[in-house]
Write a protein that binds this ligand. Structure first.
Ligand code: ADP
Length: 475
């Protein structure tokens, strides 16, 4: 690295970070964890970061100062939206308030594409209202993807925003944000020439594809996933688009917030523990979990903490459950999602005393389960990065995972966990059998020590994003 480049990396930048969910204010999955941690890590490196997110009903962890309405170019006209600001841990947050976000859930509505078109169109207006002219705009997933297109074309933007460099991160290529071209053009106030842009995928608007073509750089949340999405099995129809932008596509592994996920201080644990007291701490957590849920504390526990969705391969775990129980394992599942899977899990728990299931989303319980379990199972069909396996290692639970995406990049078979190749019951059970035969041996102790010592801090990833931004800001 030349002296000049080194100097450039450390130059403070103004980064606008856009996300549809941000921990600790809103969360449905890993995107919120990233949006909560990466901006803070960038701020610690000396950068000025503004995080913009919707203000959903029932958000409690912030009391924003509402500075009045902005006029968002939306649906042919200008739509008023509120702007609230909040500061925490060196990061400035701006929330966009609108009727669109006063709902029971974050997503899952017929008008989601319209809701997040408004949010996307609001982003530059919010930043401008706060006199924050960024050096770079970091967009995340389909919800904010169309901003890249608008920036590249310079349409209806406040002064200083047209042609700003952008980074678009794909956290999950399955959800792409689709609508008719006419609808999307109307919401975003795009000119008639729209059907010639990257927005157009076979005659329909596709927000993610728009960003692939127009963002200055595209990243995914692990190096393996950045390669996988260029293949038909993982690209959800966009694999050719991903291949065509491979020159500007890279993978940067997520980290975890090692302060928020720390068994030495975690208030949800009966006994806090560090690497030296791992046995005592895990035994106390196991005893509490087992007594609460009627499991035999003498059996090793394999846990899953997950959305119950096809992506996560939880149907494979359900099919494998009776065999895992026969192998001498207890199974604990915490999750919610697919009603069919929820029913099957509840049935399993009713039939087998070695299987316990809690349906729902429960952060404190998840912490107890990470600490109490010996293995954390993720039979994912695809996994862009995955945070659970990194959290599990930090709590001394060894990942038992399918070698895909970020799981492949973070878990080493017989090094810090157990991996298997196919998303199949046979492969999962084979790896589980190996885990059971390793349990209680010196090898297991060594693997646990290795897992506990892994560095999954955000600092390393933040440095990589910093380099990426620097390259396009100076370019
Ligand atoms: P996703 O694809 O769902 O974003 P990640 O592995 O990236 O998966 O992130 C999942 C995050 O959500 C982790 O912090 C995990 O602990 C948490 N999580 C998932 N399901 C539950 C649940 N039912 N209760 C509590 N936390 C959960």
């Amino acid at each position: 690295m030349s002296a000049c480049t080194a100097l450039l990396y450390s130059m403070p930048m103004r980064i606008l970070f856009a996300s549809s969910e941000v921990w600790p204010f809103s969360k449905t999955g890993g995107l919120a964890d990233v949006a909560g941690s990466l901006p803070q890590a960038l701020a610690r490196l000396g950068h000025e970061v503004l995080v913009v997110s919707p203000w959903y009903s029932g958000l409690k962890r912030a009391e924003p100062f509402w500075i009045g309405d902005i006029e968002v170019p939306f649906s042919g006209f200008f739509e008023p939206a509120g702007v609230g600001t909040w500061e925490q841990d060196g990061v400035r947050y701006a929330f966009v308030g609108h009727d669109f976000f006063r709902r029971d859930s974050l997503y899952g509505y017929d008008d989601d594409a319209a809701r997040f078109s408004l949010f996307s169109r609001a982003l530059p207006q919010v930043a401008s209202r706060l006199s924050f002219t960024p050096d770079v705009i970091h967009l995340n997933d389909w919800h904010t993807a169309t901003v890249a297109l608008v920036l590249e074309r310079g349409w209806h933007l406040p002064p200083g925003f047209a042609y700003l460099p952008s980074v678009f991160t794909v956290h999950n290529a399955q959800f792409q944000g689709e609508a008719t071209l006419a609808e999307m053009a109307w919401w975003l106030r795009l000119p008639d020439s729209i059907d010639r842009t990257w927005l157009n995928r076979f005659g329909r608007a596709n927000a993610m594809q728009a960003a692939l073509g127009t963002a200055t750089r595209v990243t995914t949340v692990s190096p393996t996933y950045s390669r996988e999405i260029q293949t038909p099995g993982f690209g959800f129809g966009l694999d050719a688009s991903f291949r065509s932008i491979s020159h500007k596509l890279s993978g940067i592994l997520n980290g975890i917030d090692q302060t928020a996920w720390d068994p030495q201080t975690d208030a949800a644990l009966p006994v806090n523990f560090g690497p030296e007291s791992v046995h005592k701490g895990k035994a106390a957590a196991r005893s509490l979990l087992c007594s609460r849920h009627g499991l035999d504390p003498a059996r090793p526990i394999v846990a899953a903490i997950s959305r119950l969705a096809d992506q996560k391969g939880m149907d494979i775990l359900v099919d494998a459950a009776p065999e895992l129980s026969r192998l001498g394992l207890s199974l604990f599942v915490l999750g919610s999602g697919d009603p069919g899977l929820e029913r099957r899990l509840a049935d399993l728990a009713g039939q087998d005393p070695n299987i316990a299931v809690v349906l729902g989303y429960d952060d404190p319980l998840s912490r107890l389960v990470y600490a109490a379990s010996d293995l954390l199972c993720m039979p994912s069909r695809f996994e862009p990065c995955g945070l659970n396996q990194m959290i599990a290692m930090r709590y001394g639970s060894l990942p038992l995972v399918r070698a895909t995406g970020g799981l492949k990049d973070t878990v080493r078979h017989l090094g810090n966990g157990f991996t298997f190749e196919d998303a199949s019951v046979d492969d999962l059970v084979r790896a589980a059998r190996e885990a059971v035969s390793t349990y209680g041996t010196d090898k297991w102790a060594l693997m646990q020590e290795t897992a506990l010592g892994e560095d999954h801090s955000w600092e390393r990833s933040a440095r990589q994003y910093e380099r990426l931004y620097s390259g396009i800001v100076s370019g």
